[in-house]
Design a protein around this ligand. Structure first.
Ligand code: CO
Length: 210
């Protein structure tokens, strides 16, 4: 199995080199991606492939069910590097229909550590119970919950001090929420994009209304 993988890598490297002889030298010298992608670990949703992007074009962080935990040092480190060092223009949080993580969060079964990880999705499911109840069946409810998880995640990214500081410094970075369909290979825009000026933290110091 591993041998197969190494052979495929050699064939790919040779093909790439034949197409563009300075490809690897160029990429080794610099990465300057426009996009930072936060997606699900699911093997069927690889960022580069589904977005049609080459190596070097997208900086990637993936975790189970593409959850934005406000204290996830892994995600926050990648986010800070993407915004402050790489200066990406677009941050894409991408969920997908048929997500196993969302399914696990809505099952009444123990999943070990994943139950802690997936807690924000269960909280969303409780908060939106009435809306989700209007969906025709369990699969549709889970897919709607996957969308809500993305919309909530976009807001959480924008609430991080990393984005707040970047916008205060005048950076134009925008955050978008997409969802990918495993059945048709298409990305859909959830129309929840947030950019500079569209999101302000609550004004803690404002005077009480008279
Ligand atoms: Co998933």
């Amino acid at each position: 199995m591993l041998n197969d993988l190494l052979l495929r890598n050699r064939a790919w490297s040779a093909r790439r080199h034949a197409q563009e002889p300075d490809y690897f030298t160029r990429l080794a010298a610099l990465q300057a991606p426009e996009f930072f992608w936060i997606g699900c670990s699911d093997s069927r949703v690889p960022a580069n492939v589904v977005a049609g992007l080459d190596p070097g074009e997208v900086f990637v962080h993936r975790n189970v069910a593409n959850i934005v935990h406000s204290s996830d040092m892994n995600l926050l480190s990648a986010l800070e590097f993407a915004v402050d060092a790489l200066k990406v223009r677009e941050i894409i949080l991408c969920g997908h229909y048929g997500c196993g993580g969302v399914k696990a969060a809505t099952e009444d079964l123990p999943h070990g550590l994943a139950d802690h990880w997936l807690e924000p999705i269960r909280r969303l499911a409780r908060g939106y119970a009435v809306d989700l109840g209007r969906e025709r069946d369990t699969e549709a409810r889970r897919d709607r919950l996957a969308e809500l998880n993305v919309i909530e995640g976009v807001r959480r990214i924008c609430e991080t001090p990393i984005l707040q500081r970047a916008w205060r410094r005048g950076m134009k970075v925008r955050v978008h929420g997409l969802i990918y369909g495993l059945k048709d290979g298409l990305l859909r825009d959830l129309d929840c994009s947030i950019g500079p000026g569209h999101f302000q933290p609550p004004d803690f110091h404002q005077e009480a209304a008279q």
